[in-house]
Design a protein. Sequence first.
Length: 293
Amino acid sequence: MALKDFLQNFDFKNPDWQNLPDDWPNSRLVDLDSSEVGKLQGVKTLWESLKPEKPEQRSRVWTDPEGYKFLVQWSNAVLLRYLIRKFTDTLPILNRGNYRNLEESKGKLKDFKGTVKDSINSSAPNSSNTPLNSFNRPSEHRRKAQLDDAARSVVRNIEEGYKRSTTKQYLDFLSYSQASLEEVKGDIVELAQDGFLKSKPKSTVSDLGINLADFHNGLKEIKGFYRNLEDVYPVLAKIRGGELTVEQFIELINKTDFLLRKLVESLEQKQNKNLKFYQVEQARIQDAIKKRW
């Protein structure tokens, strides 16, 4: 609404704060005459003295800077990121290490079939210990990086959202976390379809020796920096990326998604409660103004 129109229609006995002018209360005084400027100052004074406090200013109160550690949503996301890294390390990657291993193995490879080139083009034994095995397989570096980043994003957005000062901001960051979780789910399904991730019907996270409640309790007891998750939950050290199944990932993803949805529902109820309080406060102030005038 234009400032001039707002002032013309403003009623001190029944003020309406629903449709404030653009850039209020710092609206530009363009085209206002002296009487309108005077009325504007009176409106601003009334608005500043009687306006109810916006609910978001007091909607987020936390005392523990690492309070997100008490969220099962967070501990599940941390575990998911860890298992994702375990698995993505099994993807075929062409990196400097592969090339270095190839250079170091040139002598042995030449003995095997004359030259490295002849060995690559020949029907060499398909041994997982042969540097050429990883050298010949297609690189999945991009997919590894994207999946690692998406899993990391699930965790970081829960943490950052927890520290935000308003419920609305917290909800925004939880939505980012949910979106990243959905990206992880899509990649996991696709990797299984492409033959990189094995399927074992009815396999569960508990088959890995992991109890989600115990893992959560272990994490929330840790304060400050810790070296790695295997120090906190030693069972993880026994897990091999090649043993993980698509069913285990989907189970953990679905459980985390459900808990995030429940957290969002709880925060939305809190936000609605604050909004209702704000509306009641606004009605009370308007009633007080009517009686004053």
